[in-house]
Write a protein that binds this ligand. Sequence first.
Ligand SMILES: O=C(O)c1ccccc1NCC(=O)[C@H](O)[C@H](O)COP(=O)(O)O
Length: 209
Amino acid sequence: MTRIKICGITRAEDALAVARSGADAIGFVFYDKSPRYVTPQQAAKLARAVPPFVTLVGLFVNSSDEYVRDVLAQVPLDVLQFHGEETPEFCRQFGRPYLKAIRVKPGVDLVQCAASYSAAQGLLLDAFVEGTQGGTGESFDWSLIPRELSLPLILSGGLHAGNVAEAIRKIRPYAVDVSSGVEAAKGIKDAAKVAAFINEVKQIDLQLS
Ligand SMILES: O=C(O)c1ccccc1NCC(=O)[C@H](O)[C@H](O)COP(=O)(O)O
């Protein structure tokens, strides 16, 4: 069963719709240059709209350790997602499960990345797009993904209802992660796109089982 994370939630109605559609995890972006940025106060309010058994993920980009601790004090995050150039030591210090995002381009040694971040719960692979840190809606060349990785693989970058089945068939990731591909506008999720995306994942999982 492929797990599903929907990232960049900024509205309570989207959090609820995403959870009701069957997502396993939702992500809050604590990066103030993102159009999907939420303050810790907003995220705490959003978190209260989420029903039980949905994992809450907090996304950070080269934040200070003080900022991460401040968010953790206010928002009941289950998992941290580090989307910048954070070191393994930085990621580990919070004593929380974490995902390390790698922006993939030719020449990046993903086997070595997985070894370096061996304490992570998973390696999240996103597209490398010059001048941005993620959430671009761009996909990357999946042939750059090694067959064997020592960490669970979370595939992201430009996924949508039209390509997620092919991605799962080819890569067999532990989970898929989407933001742009299920939006009506940046930071505003489209409930129909979310449902279509999740339906595609469930259908291909059934076919492959
Ligand atoms: O969403 C953002 O604006 C963002 C900003 C900086 C770093 C990461 C960001 N988002 C990451 C994600 O939303 C997901 O983890 C994932 O990469 C999906 O991106 P998308 O290609 O938009 O589906």
